[in-house]
Design a protein around this ligand. Structure first.
Ligand SMILES: [Ca+2]
Ligand SMILES: [Ca+2]
Ligand SMILES: [Ca+2]
Length: 487
């Protein structure tokens, strides 16, 4: 589950186009990908070595904080401003467990904890035939299996009501996004407050200034919260690809004659990279920083196709600090009951958060999908899902993947459609509408709280989105519903 490996690339005629990978040269390179650490331990540590997360009690004075940092030899590595939590670098000879144990007993400290890794929730999948059955299941053969017609989210009918709007922002907290991908670039979020006179991102040059005063210098198209750079590209050959796949499921450009379409054709993708290139995991400190940025910069939906089994004050607080976005979380891929073995962030009880299990072409829960009658809300297609892929990893730019990671952006895309179609709804109302409009299925009964798989058409109707054609509320585009064949 940790590794997202590219599997055989079998289908003839699957190559939709080939484009050279071009890293926008204005963005800060992430070359090397190493932090200032000499630790090269085995892969998939439970937490980042050599650092801890600490929040002081509000009563702690500046002098008391300085004393404590001197006593333990702590150096501030960075701050997560949205929740007032500090990332400390530990001195040589002080290990994470010892530091946490000692600091938890310190009266100045509200909490101290390791910087746990979350992991992407995708698993490899065998491609054979290219088609997006999750959006429209006609019984087509995928991976040698003919599905059940109608076991899909009913997207084509939903697109009669709205195909989305470019005023809606979907933040993708993940490995990054291949921002130059032709099927994503048209929908890439651009921070207009950093344009500094440039007409568009194409003409933009960095000026070394934080033009919009949001605390991030030259954050023109998002941020990398692990490397602390303005380059959120999904460019790790070893661990990359996942975020680009997720972004495409939610919001690849629709009706552009290329590749695939997202559930939402026109929402803006805000890439927020959070992956440690040493490990392939996503440190909670980086994920929490990304959550704060998404909220600060007005994201309407946050996609979190990641998770871990460790509760964390930092992650819990960062989730709770998000008030304006729908947070969509993967339930996990161990085939286990999250009511028994809690999984995070999917298991947090926030009313603007929705936890997603994965179904297959037959509307059955996929064997590897976690479930939970209380702790998982809905299911969505998450097996043999075809989407955009990082060209840094595979030059073709598309692949199949499966996992609750893939089911999650189906729901994120739907949340974006709902928010495009009805701007008066709160995030909590959007979650409630998605949960209340599922197609109930026997295999999901007692497995997810709603007992069903999402239905985009029913959700849009329940949200009061009506009329034909584009009701995108600001998209200004005149989309037709014709889709490009991908095979
Ligand atoms: Ca800025
Ligand atoms: Ca700037
Ligand atoms: Ca497309």
């Amino acid at each position: 589950m940790y590794l997202i490996k590219k599997i055989a690339w079998m289908a003839i005629g699957l190559i939709l186009f080939f484009a050279p990978v071009t890293l926008s040269t204005e963005l800060t390179p992430k070359a090397g990908g190493m932090e200032n650490t000499t630790i090269h331990a085995q892969k998939h540590l439970p937490y980042v070595p050599g650092r801890i997360l600490v929040k002081y009690r509000s009563a702690a004075t500046a002098a008391a904080k300085t004393d404590m940092q001197t006593l333990y030899g702590l150096a501030v590595k960075k701050e997560i401003p949205s929740i007032g939590t500090l990332v400390f670098k530990l001195p040589e000879g002080l290990d994470v467990k010892t530091a946490v144990r000692q600091l938890r007993d310190d009266p100045r400290v509200e909490y101290a904890e390791p910087d746990y890794y979350a992991h992407p929730e995708a698993i490899p999948n065998d491609p054979a035939f290219s088609t997006q059955w999750g959006l429209n299941n006609t019984g087509q053969v995928i991976g040698g299996v003919a599905g059940r017609p109608g076991a899909d989210i009913n997207a084509p009918a939903a697109w009669d009501l709205t195909v989305g709007s470019d005023s809606i922002i979907i933040a993708v907290i993940d490995t990054g996004v291949d921002i130059g991908h032709p099927d994503l670039r048209p929908n890439l979020w651009v921070n207009t407050g950093e344009l500094a006179g440039a007409a568009s991102f194409d003409d933009w040059q960095p000026n070394g200034l934080d033009d919009d005063g949001n605390g991030y210098v030259d954050d023109i198209v998002g941020w990398d919260f692990f490397f602390n750079t303005n380059n959120p590209n999904d460019e790790s050959k070893k661990f990359g690809g996942h975020g680009t796949h997720v972004a495409g499921i939610a919001a690849a450009r629709g009706n552009n004659g290329a590749g695939v379409t997202g559930v939402s054709w026109a929402a803006r993708i805000m890439p927020l990279a959070a992956m440690d290139y040493n490990d392939g995991g996503l440190p909670i400190s980086a994920v929490a920083g990304a959550l704060g940025y998404a909220e600060q910069m007005g994201a309407h939906v946050i996609n979190m196709s990641l998770g871990l089994y460790q509760d964390s004050h930092t992650l819990r607080n960062a989730i709770s600090a998000v008030q304006h976005a729908v947070i969509v979380c993967a339930a996990g891929n161990d085939g286990t009951d999250n009511d028994v073995r809690p999984h995070y962030p999917s298991g947090y009880p926030n009313a603007n958060l929705i936890a997603v299990a994965a179904t297959d072409q037959f509307d059955h829960r996929v064997w590897y999908s976690n479930f939970g009658a209380a702790s998982v809300d809905v299911a969505a297609p998450g097996a043999r899902i075809y989407s955009t892929y990082s060209r840094f990893v595979d030059a073709s730019g598309y692949t199949f993947l499966g996992g609750t990671s893939m089911a999650t952006p189906m729901v994120a895309g739907l949340a974006a459609l709902i928010r495009a179609g009805n701007g008066t709804l709160s995030p909590v109302q959007v979650v409630s509408i998605i949960k209340g409009s599922v197609d109930k299925r026997p295999s999901l009964s007692g497995r997810v709280s709603t007992g069903g798989r999402i239905n985009a058409l029913q959700a849009l109707r329940a949200a009061g989105v009506g009329g034909g054609g584009d009701s995108g509320g600001g998209s200004g585009g005149c989309f037709i519903r014709t889709l490009q064949s991908v095979h």
